[in-house]
Design a binder for this molecule. Structure first.
Ligand SMILES: NC(=O)C1=CN([C@@H]2O[C@H](COP(=O)(O)OP(=O)(O)OC[C@H]3O[C@@H](n4cnc5c(N)ncnc54)[C@H](OP(=O)(O)O)[C@@H]3O)[C@@H](O)[C@H]2O)C=CC1
Ligand SMILES: N[C@@H](CC(=O)OP(=O)(O)O)C(=O)O
Length: 350
């Protein structure tokens, strides 16, 4: 297969660098363009930003010159966007109008009812919104988004339970990595040896995006599931990996063993298709009492699987468990790349 040329917008940022590293040697996509703000455009990648990841610095593209984030200068048929929300609002539609298929991490268009908010294992059927989007908007291309990172990890565990039993109520408390706040993010003197009980906008996003992802497409538009979701989000002194403490009320009150069986048997579409970024096992189940742990588990499967452990009865909602996932891989760059792989495999973009 000829690789599809792609551009990474926001290539200098925390998520943008992960895109560039992940797309290096990708079987379906080839990075031909990297772009960022006007502050960085015209500079070589290595001069515009410091490389903050392990592995080969700048993923071998250190001498490539950054383009401005303008479709006239950085067009590719597929564009991965790691832009901040405010610039994403203007720049992503400009690329979509020019005919690019934009796979975005930003929150700007997530809740629009004709924009797929997608986790390929969870709601691949929401790709159908692209048809409505094309009809409604004057775009030759499209915008397709991935959720907030905390939400992504949560819906990976809830989706098979919703399918098997039906989710009625969820209470989720997160302990979120500092990388979620970008670079330099939270000052070290605030987070070292500390827990911060507020992440701006995060709880509201988890509460609305969860029902949207587990909802349906009706008459070509997204309709959220009415489940009740309450989120409490905390910043914790870890680098990468959001831990979530989840209590859930499921229809029919299944036992922990029944829940475990459903999670273990889950083989959703990306795994059946063998998409390159899909982890072979989407949910890693842990039986040891002190797992999952961020330091020991989160990098497994390139950060693309989520981890569930300590499944047990909850006196209030019925079932509770510990959940862990990689916020900047599964929750950001990796999730977006998997979205693009699914869209290409379904013949929706090329
Ligand atoms: N960090 C995470 O865990 C997650 C982040 N996201 C989302 O991904 C996006 C990127 O986050 P993150 O990488 O942490 O952010 P960073 O602040 O690290 O990077 C932001 C990027 O956007 C570019 N940018 C800023 N302003 C403009 C502009 N006016 N025009 C063009 N480019 C611009 C920056 O370029 P320059 O260097 O030139 O300023 C930089 O490349 C955000 O929308 C975030 O909400 C989503 C899920 C998880
Ligand atoms: N707010 C998340 C990261 C993030 O950028 O989320 P969103 O994509 O919804 O803006 C965190 O701090 O961990």
């Amino acid at each position: 297969m000829n690789r599809i040329p792609v551009t990474v917008l926001g290539a200098t940022g925390v998520v943008g660098q992960r895109f560039v590293r992940r797309l290096r040697n990708h079987p379906m996509f080839e990075v031909v363009g990297i772009a960022a703000s006007d502050r960085s455009a015209g500079k070589r990648y290595r001069d515009a930003c410091e490389w903050r990841l392990d592995g080969e610095p700048y993923a071998g593209l250190g001498d490539q010159v950054l383009a401005p984030s303008d479709p006239a200068e950085a067009f590719s048929p597929i564009v991965f966007s790691a832009l901040d929300n405010a610039p994403a609002k203007e720049i992503e539609p400009a690329f979509a109008r020019a005919g690019a298929h934009v796979f975005s991490n930003a929150a700007s268009f997530r809740m629009d009812p004709d924009v797929p908010l997608l986790v390929p294992e969870v709601n691949p059927g929401h790709l159908a919104l692209l048809e409505t989007q094309r009809r409604r908007r004057d775009w030759k291309g499209s915008i397709l988004t991935n959720p907030n990172c905390t939400t992504t990890v949560l819906v990976m565990a809830l989706a098979p339970l919703h399918e098997a039993f039906g989710v009625e109520t969820v209470i989720m408390t997160s302990m979120q990595a500092v990388s979620g706040a970008g670079y330099p993010g939270v000052p070290s003197l605030d987070i070292m040896g500390n827990i911060l009980p507020h992440i701006g906008g995060e709880e509201g996003k988890v509460e609305v995006e969860t029902g949207r992802l587990l909802g349906k497409v009706v008459d070509g538009l997204a309709v959220s599931d009415p489940m009740a979701v309450s989120a409490l989000c905390y910043r914790a002194p870890v680098m990468d990996g959001h831990t979530e403490s989840v209590s859930v009320r499921l229809k029919g009150n299944p036992t922990p063993d029944q829940v475990r069986e459903v999670l273990a048997a889950w083989k959703p579409l990306p795994q059946r298709l063998g998409l390159p970024s899909a982890p072979e096992v989407p949910i890693r189940l842990h039986t040891a009492e002190n797992r999952p742990q961020v330091r020991r588990d989160v990098e497994l499967d390139g950060g693309m699987s989520v981890h569930v452990g300590r499944i047990r009865p909850c006196n209030v909602l019925g079932i509770k468990f510990a959940l862990l996932g990689h916020n900047t891989e599964r929750g950001a760059a990796g999730g977006s790349v998997l979205n693009a792989e699914l869209a290409v495999s379904q013949g929706l973009v090329s």
